[in-house]
Design a protein around this ligand. Structure first.
Ligand code: AMP
Ligand code: ZN
Length: 665
């Protein structure tokens, strides 16, 4: 077998396994065996870059960073759907169809309305090319790099399907994965994600595709747009899509009339609560593609389809108590503790009340009977109070004035929705939360130390802050309950290893309010050391791109605090990186300032990632597709002919890898 055949064979095999695992949910090999094969393929591809293929299973692991998502005009507009809420609405719709088509019998398909973010997957010559968000329906964002990490989307569907087409679908976050993500956030003292839909659509716009790859996203397909006339009905085309590898839910059914449609609606109005993902209704479509074409579109939506919206479910129950939670940053969240009641498939015991204003707006009081609703939101909401059932002796809720954990008087700064406990260094959940944040994966990523152990160590009085971690020894940790010698050893090693983390990670780990990962990266690049950052004034700080007053003020508050100053000095003394390493600075210049690059093809001296990093380190920007704004295309071997033509058409400079290396010398 030639190397090329070997590579192709491995790709084919891995594609099949992806399909079995992610679409059929029926793995035929273990994760380990899969990884071995993937590594093998990775190695072969690395050794033989001429066989690079953007649709190889190795290209789905994430890694690409998109700074600015390119805007792409949809070749076929992405429409909304008209809504209906009752049998009468549906019968009216049918009458319009009958009149328009001049027939009485119309066949329909009934599908679930998956609740996520719409996506347009573009396939050319049978292969995946690009993924674009719906945007305003006319133009969307190119999110190809992120979408590729969703393994249930076939990049190379089986051959007998169509050649050039757009596959429309919904990016969703199944409930189980969503809940797991939130459990992790709770363990890290971070605020939970509100609902799967927003989290799914937010995921598409993350800059780092490695992050996207970690999220358990899925893609359910519901529409094919094509000029190829191979199929005559919507049902058949979806069935064929499913057979060629796309995840088309098999909940779709054919209906001969509106009565049959209503049967489907009645079943799913109840059954939807047993689905692994959220739905917010049903979509009914005219099955014949010819009739669809004849009916066409209004200015907003297709005439041949309509959504049926489920009613949000409401129940009433009693509010037993209002408790208050303290987050990592000291933010207070009031929580309604309810008399347990089943709602939309789960037992509801608690509902978030968000903040003091919310309580005041609802005039909600302990002992009240309240209406709780669960619509698209996973966390139930309290809609209103049933005043007719208010007990006579009831009195208005007084918001807590002192921290439920440490008794400190709460503060509320103007413009802030929430109250805060200012006792940063003495309030248990804040102390624990800050250390948990410090060790978390995106921050110091300390192996061998988890959130629960941090909690234990703090409760035992062994650590009071993150600097204390660096003074831990095996002898101190081991006597503690649940910590064995081996784990103690791993923990100490993990902590020691974290001293090698680059400054930007350390800066994020410090947990300065409003300084997230991206902001930390920017600040590290700009100020280069903690000393420079902590001595900067408001003006200097806000002069940095994307740093506004709010972030700047928070950095200053952090910097003037003696406790923080001491902590930082201690971290320095242990050898934690509090400045950008000399080597990293050396490689950074402004040579490519504000220049936009697109990288295309296969390179020899630098890997694609190295090339990207070199561009960014020198002040340039990298985007994934060519537009008027592109300054240079760095063209390697096998640059796609359509890209080449586009670059030439727009008069963009096309340079070689060698030219590029000269540019930054
Ligand atoms: P709306 O945003 O309420 O106008 O509803 C239209 C959106 O519903 C489309 O953009 C799709 O993203 C989404 N949708 C979910 N499931 C389906 C489905 N089975 N058929 C068509 N659209 C669907
Ligand atoms: Zn407190």
């Amino acid at each position: 077998m030639t190397i090329k055949d070997e590579i192709e064979k491995l790709r084919e095999e891995l594609r099949e396994h992806n399909y079995n695992y992610y679409v059929l949910d029926n793995a035929t090999i273990t994760d380990y065996e899969f990884d071995v094969k993937l590594k093998e393929l990775e190695k072969l591809e690395e050794e033989n870059p001429i066989f690079f293929d953007p649709n190889s299973p190795t290209q789905r692991l994430g890694g690409g960073v998109t700074k600015n998502f390119d805007t792409v005009t949809h070749e076929n507009r992405m429409y909304s759907l008209d809504n209906s809420y009752s049998k009468e609405d549906l019968l009216d719709w049918e009458k319009r169809l009958q009149k328009n088509l001049g027939v009485t019998d119309i066949e329909y398909t009934c599908e679930l309305k998956y609740d996520g973010a719409s996506i347009n997957l573009i396939f050319e010559k049978g292969k995946f090319l690009k993924a674009v968000t719906r945007g305003d329906g006319f133009k969307g964002d190119d999110v190809t790099t992120n979408i590729k990490t969703i393994k249930s989307i076939p990049l190379v569907p089986r051959e007998d399907f169509l050649s050039n087409y757009e596959m429309r679908g919904e990016i969703i976050l199944p409930l189980e994965g969503f809940n797991k993500m939130n459990e992790k956030r709770i363990a890290n003292g971070e605020e939970v994600y509100r609902n799967p839909r927003n989290t799914a659509s937010g995921s598409l716009k993350l800059q780092d595709s490695t992050e996207v790859a970690k999220r358990p996203l899925d893609c359910l397909l519901y529409q094919v747009v094509t000029n190829e006339r191979k199929y005559t009905t919507h049902y058949d085309i979806l069935e064929a899509a499913r057979n060629s590898g796309f995840k088309v839910p098999n909940t779709i059914v054919l209906a001969k009339n509106i009565d049959e449609v209503l049967k489907f609606i009645n079943i799913w109005d109840v059954e939807r609560h047993n689905l692994p993902y959220e739905t917010d209704g049903i979509v009914i479509k005219v099955n014949s593609l010819e009739q669809q074409e004849e009916l066409g579109y209004t200015s907003k939506s297709p005439r041949w389809a309509i959504a049926y919206k489920f009613k949000a479910e409401q129940v009433s129950t009693i509010l037993n108590e209002i408790t208050y939670q303290v987050g990592r940053t000291g933010a207070i969240t009031p929580v309604a503790n309810l008399e347990a009641i089943p709602l939309a498939g789960t037992i509801v015991k608690r509902a978030s009340l968000h903040n003091a204003d919310q309580i005041e707006r609802l005039d909600i009081r302990v002992g009240d009977t309240v209406f709780v609703e669960k619509g698209g939101e996973i966390i139930p909401k309290i809609i209103k109070v049933d005043l007719s059932k208010r007990p006579e002796n009831s009195s208005p809720t007084k918001y807590v004035t002192n921290c439920p954990e440490c008794e400190t008087k709460l503060i509320r700064t103007e413009g802030d929705a929430k109250h805060y406990c200012p006792n940063e260094f003495g309030c248990a959940p804040q102390i624990t939360g800050r250390i948990q944040h410090f060790i978390s994966r995106k921050a110091m990523d300390i192996d061998g130390l988890g959130g629960e152990t941090v909690d234990l160590l703090r409760k035992e009085g062994v650590i009071k802050n993150y600097a204390d971690l660096y003074e831990l020894t095996k002898d101190v940790v081991m006597p503690l309950e649940r910590i064995a010698e081996k784990s103690a050893q791993n923990m100490i090693e993990g902590i020691t290893k974290s001293k090698k983390n680059p400054f930007e990670k350390v800066l994020f780990a410090l947990g300065i309010r409003f300084v997230g990962e991206t902001v930390a990266r920017k600040l590290a690049k700009h100020f280069k050391s903690i000393d420079n950052l902590m001595s900067a004034d408001l003006e200097t700080l806000t002069a940095v791109d994307d740093i506004g007053d709010r972030i700047a003020q928070s950095i200053i508050d952090f910097s003037v605090n003696d406790n923080n100053k001491k902590l930082v000095e201690r971290l320095k003394s242990y050898g934690v990186q509090l400045e950008v390493s000399a080597k990293a600075i050396e490689n950074q210049t402004d040579k490519l300032k504000a220049k936009a690059f697109v990288i295309s093809g296969v390179f020899h001296q630098l890997s694609r990632n190295e090339l990207k990093k070199a561009i960014e380190d020198n002040g340039g920007k990298v985007s994934s597709s060519i537009s008027k704004k592109t300054d240079y295309v760095v063209a390697g071997d096998n640059m796609g002919p359509s890209k080449l033509a586009k670059a030439q058409g727009l008069g963009v400079s096309i340079i070689t890898e060698q030219d590029f290396i000269e540019m930054i010398k």
